[in-house]
Write a protein that binds this ligand. Structure first.
Ligand SMILES: O=C(O)C1=C[C@@H](OP(=O)(O)O)[C@@H](O)[C@H](O)C1
Ligand SMILES: C=C(OP(=O)(O)O)C(=O)O
Length: 422
């Protein structure tokens, strides 16, 4: 279904940022491996995080969805062989993290997903698991899902290329304590590092420490202990709420955003400030106000790849030139986000120079229609252009992957958007 956005000006209101997608995945998966009963309070209930919940259930973990959150009866690491193939839909995080977890189960596990998921690279993880005792292969032998994993995670030493996805590192670290222990060295540039810090944060909350020195993570054999865990708000989702205030003008207060968060995407607040918005940070909220006039910026997104669509669109709206660098790994997401964002911005009339690791954007927007390419972050980011001049986003209903109440939250601030009638 298409998303229709009408010009909107002068936003106001207070809104709660949706719960963090990355923390929800980690919390439900680690709680599933823990000994005892955990309550995951305020989880993100979205297509991607439900993929993780269902994947954990497939290994025999009992999880109850209640009003306050998810009650997880941890397996202590005793996982059943799934009865069927596991379909993780669109969720790369589920696929990557659960691949190592499947190495802890007996027999074979098969993971597949939607058309986009079946293009997500897996080979570095498959190679890194082999020395640890896990034989995991791509069914088509092309490094892509479907993935077949044979249990046998005994632990040991391994290494991984840090340039493709930090999810490979999170994956091995999460399963590692339930093996004989792991030493994992990261080779080359270590992109998206804050996501690994989030992994260590959750492992620590469930009583498992990880040490890191000279590029090597060390995890000793250990047990995860169940805990009650509250999921904090999501800075990536909040980038659309904050971005809306910056482009449409007015003042918006976003609750549930913590100043001491480990999320790399909190960089959006600095970027909006550099572009000319006014940002006030509280311990558990941020307030963004703006006249709507923005200036282009130069940013490196190596630690915050999910901000690429938001920043590209803000750059398209801003006066002058915006340069985004350091984010070649955005090409391996739900779509090749450098390619799809550049193509759609060009179709809207902008001058865009696509770089290997980013893009340079300048010029004026003339067009009125864009395509989401089925990518939730493109759909939500293009909404910001609509607030300035109206837009129709083809297949714009894909936001439910990460932000199911996106329309309601944006509407509550004064943004005029709706799904097109069929
Ligand atoms: O571990 C995670 O929760 C994520 C890691 C990032 O991926 P990469 O490490 O592949 O950049 C990010 O893009 C993704 O949305 C979520
Ligand atoms: C890349 C993303 O998620 P995943 O890797 O879990 O598909 C995202 O949410 O932008």
């Amino acid at each position: 279904m298409d998303l229709i956005v009408e010009r909107s000006e002068g936003l106001s209101g207070t809104v709660k940022a949706p719960p963090s997608k990355s923390y929800t995945h980690r919390a439900v998966i680690v709680a599933s491996l823990a000994e005892g009963r955990s309550m995951i309070a305020d989880p993100l209930v979205s297509e991607d995080t439900l993929s993780s919940l269902r994947a954990c259930r497939a290994f025999g973990v009992r999880i109850h969805e209640e009003a306050q959150g998810w009650v997880v009866h941890g397996s202590g690491g005793a996982l059943e062989t799934p009865e069927d193939v596991i379909d993780v839909g669109n969720s790369g995080t589920t696929l990557r993290i659960m691949t190592s977890v499947a190495g802890l189960a007996e027999n074979y596990t098969v993971f597949t997903g939607d058309e986009s998921l079946r293009k997500r690279p897996m080979q570095p993880l498959l190679d890194a698991l082999r020395p640890l005792g896990v034989t995991a292969v791509s069914s088509r032998m092309n490094g892509l899902p479907p993935i077949i994993v044979r249990g046998g995670f005994r632990g040991g030493e391994t290494s991984i290329d840090g340039r493709v996805s930090s999810q490979f590192i999170s994956s091995i670290l999460i399963a590692a304590p339930l093996s004989g222990g792991v030493e994992l060295s990261v080779e080359g540039e270590f992109i998206s590092r804050p996501y690994v810090d989030m992994t260590l944060d959750v492992m620590g909350r469930f009583s498992v420490p990880v040490s890191y020195s000279d590029g090597i993570f060390t995890v000793e054999p250990s047990v995860y202990r169940a805990v009650d865990y509250t999921v904090e708000g999501d800075y990536s989702s909040a980038s659309y709420l904050a971005g809306a205030a910056a482009v449409a003008g007015g003042e918006v207060r976003i609750q549930n955003l913590f100043r001491d968060s480990k999320q790399g995407d909190m960089l959006i607040l600095d970027i909006l400030e550099d572009m000319g918005a006014d940002v006030r940070r509280g311990d558990d909220h941020a307030v963004v106000s703006s006249t709507g006039e923005l200036e282009g910026v130069s940013v490196d997104l190596h630690n915050a790849p999910d901000l690429l669509p938001t920043v590209a669109v803000l750059g398209a709206i801003a006066e002058g030139r915006t340069e985004i660098r350091g984010v070649e790994h955005a090409r391996y997401k739900e779509t090749d986000r450098i390619g799809t964002c550049a193509a759609e911005l060009k179709a809207l009339g902008l001058q865009v120079r696509e770089l290997k690791d980013g893009m340079i954007i300048q010029g004026d927007i003339t067009g009125k229609t864009v395509k989401s390419h089925g990518d939730h972050r493109l759909a939500m980011a293009f909404t910001l252009i609509g607030l300035r001049r109206g837009i129709r986003i083809k297949d714009g209903d894909v936001f439910s992957v990460s932000f199911p109440d996106f329309i309601e939250k944006m509407n509550s601030l004064g943004c005029r958007l709706r799904l097109a009638e069929l």
